[in-house]
Design a protein around this ligand. Structure first.
Ligand code: ADP
Length: 389
């Protein structure tokens, strides 16, 4: 690496040790367990730390001068040069100094979730970018960072499941409520018999009925309150960010032999959505796809977004699995429909509740990859849909 610390002036303080050469600095950087990759404004790799060699499976010698996009899966791979030139032109920082959860690609072709932070430095007249990469498949920090996201997701899934179940629960409760009311009315009519025993029995029965009625009513009310508290927060959010985070989550502890390809339409990135809820949808669909391909020889997932009619964006998650079982195809989005031994059969009904709540639609069809394609639509925040209020 050619960074000379003489260029990194730090006032006139006298330090006990002077890092006089790039070699010193290099020796220190190589002790850092995370990977560090330094690139120039053309995306060419200037330095690749020992941690990076271990993480990606390339040696520094192989990569010096190569484009850093080699380390990225699609679509970043094709678009990275554009990201740098857009930053150099506009000065708008989308990642520098912010950091994000995304995916990287090893020499073997396998993709893995990373936490990426980027810093910018001026070395003499030149500008360089240093990327610090933490592999989230193993790191402890993953646990913390993903734990937060997962907790949020679990919360949403509980609320969405409650939403789905609310209708049937309300229906079930209404039946005993009606029966109780009838019973109370019958009791009232029996009051014509003025014998003390009948009156005592009827009084007891009536107060029992009344308190049961109240309790049943309270259950319904509590449930309703609970669901409405979980109301979503629709905001203008970046679909690519949602997809990147959700696929990083799905890849953690996931099957690394699954090849995930992402192809997002850049012109329709902003959608009107609750980020956490839509992540939940994508995560459910990705997990289902991975589970469906358990015994498949070819395991591919494609995540695609494209502009759809009437101000919507369509997201597709396609897999190369066996396709839908005829037994479930008709009632796919109903709760408790599952072909899995330990499946709850709630995932797709939650997806359905969430997407419908966003004004979109979700459906499935055979996929060109040989398995199933799930499609859902979201409102394009820049156009606004005809259905949006
Ligand atoms: P669960 O995963 O608990 O079974 P879901 O509602 O998520 O519940 O899925 C319902 C059923 O739909 C699954 O059991 C499975 O049979 C089918 N299914 C969902 N996704 C796929 C897919 N990508 N490929 C094939 N079948 C699928």
């Amino acid at each position: 690496m050619n960074i000379d610390t003489n260029d990194l002036k730090d006032g006139d303080r006298k330090l006990p040790i002077t890092l006089s050469s790039g070699e010193h600095l290099r020796a220190i950087i190589d002790t850092v367990p995370d990977a560090m990759v330094v690139i120039d404004t053309e995306g060419r790799i200037l330095a690749f730390s020992a941690g990076a060699e271990k993480m990606f499976g390339y040696s520094e010698a192989e990569l010096l001068g190569e484009n850093v996009s080699t380390l990225m899966p699609s679509p970043d791979r094709e678009r990275h040069d554009g990201y740098i030139s857009a930053y150099l032109e506009t000065g708008i920082k989308r990642i520098i100094g912010i950091g994000r959860l995304t995916t990287a690609r090893r020499r073997s072709g396998g993709t893995f979730p990373i936490d990426l932070s980027i810093g910018e430095a001026r070395i003499g007249k030149d500008r360089v970018f240093a990327g610090f990469i933490r592999d989230l498949t193993e790191s402890e920090k993953t646990e913390q960072r993903l734990h937060g996201l997962q907790a949020e997701l679990a919360h949403v899934s509980r609320i969405s499941a409650m939403g789905t179940l609310a209708t049937s629960i309300a229906h079930e409760l209404n039946q005993p409520l009606t029966a109780i009311v009838n019973y109370v009315e019958t009791c009232r009519d029996m009051l014509d018999d003025h014998s003390p025993e009948t009156i005592a029995t009827l009084k007891d029965a009536l107060s029992e009925c009344a308190s049961e009625t109240m309790r049943a009513g309270q259950i319904v009310r509590r449930l309703r309150d609970f669901i409405s508290r979980g109301e979503m927060e629709r905001q203008v959010v970046s679909l690519s960010r949602i997809v990147n985070e959700a696929s990083a989550l799905a890849l953690v502890n996931g099957d690394s032999t699954v090849e995930v390809e992402v192809d997002l339409e850049r012109d329709v990135d902003l959608v009107l959505a609750d980020r956490i809820q839509i992540q939940q949808v994508i995560l459910n669909l990705l997990r289902n796809a991975v589970e469906a391909m358990e015994n498949s020889r070819v395991r591919r997932i494609q995540i695609v977004s494209e502009r759809a009619a009437n101000g919507f964006v369509q997201v597709t998650i396609a897999d190369s699995g066996p396709g839908l079982d005829a037994k479930v195809a008709e009632r796919l989005f109903h709760p408790f429909v599952s072909t899995k031994a330990s499946g709850m059969g709630l995932g797709l009904s939650i997806c359905h509740t969430i997407v419908n709540g966003h004004g979109g639609k979700i459906w499935a069809e055979p996929s060109p990859l040989g398995g199933t394609s799930f499609h859902f639509t979201l409102i394009d925040a820049e156009q606004g849909s005809d259905d949006a209020e």
